[in-house]
Design a protein around this ligand. Sequence first.
Ligand SMILES: Nc1c(NC[C@H](O)[C@H](O)[C@H](O)CO)[nH]c(=O)[nH]c1=O
Ligand SMILES: CC(=O)[C@@H](O)COP(=O)(O)O
Length: 167
Amino acid sequence: MAASEQHYTLPLPGFSKPVRLLIVVAPYYKDITDQLVAGARGVAAACGAEADLVEVPGALEVPTAIGLAERMAKYDGYVALGCVIRGETTHYETVCNDSSRAITLLGLQGACIGNGILTVENRGQALARAEVAGQNKGGGAAAAALHLVALARSWAAGDTKGIGFRA
Ligand SMILES: Nc1c(NC[C@H](O)[C@H](O)[C@H](O)CO)[nH]c(=O)[nH]c1=O
Ligand SMILES: CC(=O)[C@@H](O)COP(=O)(O)O
């Protein structure tokens, strides 16, 4: 897969203090989310970050797990992974909208979260986006979380010329 189809860039190198990520995965479609997890772990390893993993039943529980973990203040960032495939009813909209909105709200409250919950029409779309050799959306979500961690750390250190700012 051409790297150009993997729509993310790794955060700038050089985390001086180890980064601890928590991957929260909803293995509703485990064969698909296993690819997302592999992609996220690959990016975390490439950036020297540690990554723990917890499972929840479905995408609707992912933000709750992140909120619980954030209160423990044990992790620097979070990778939300899952796969939501449209069914016969409107429940698809609920699962997609409520999980993504809750994750966004947690981010606005200061949690560094990359959202790799796929919201797709069918398995083919899911596989194309989950496969590490494909669009690697799990890797992209991990990169997003790490970018936010780097940004938060650079600003906390008073560095406004680092990541996120351009001279
Ligand atoms: N249909 C999908 C779900 N549905 C389950 C919900 O996420 C939730 O676990 C349930 O409503 C209990 O609160 N979850 C997915 O991750 N993917 C789906 O396609
Ligand atoms: C995304 C969903 O919740 C969906 O898979 C549930 O299927 P259905 O709408 O047919 O009940």
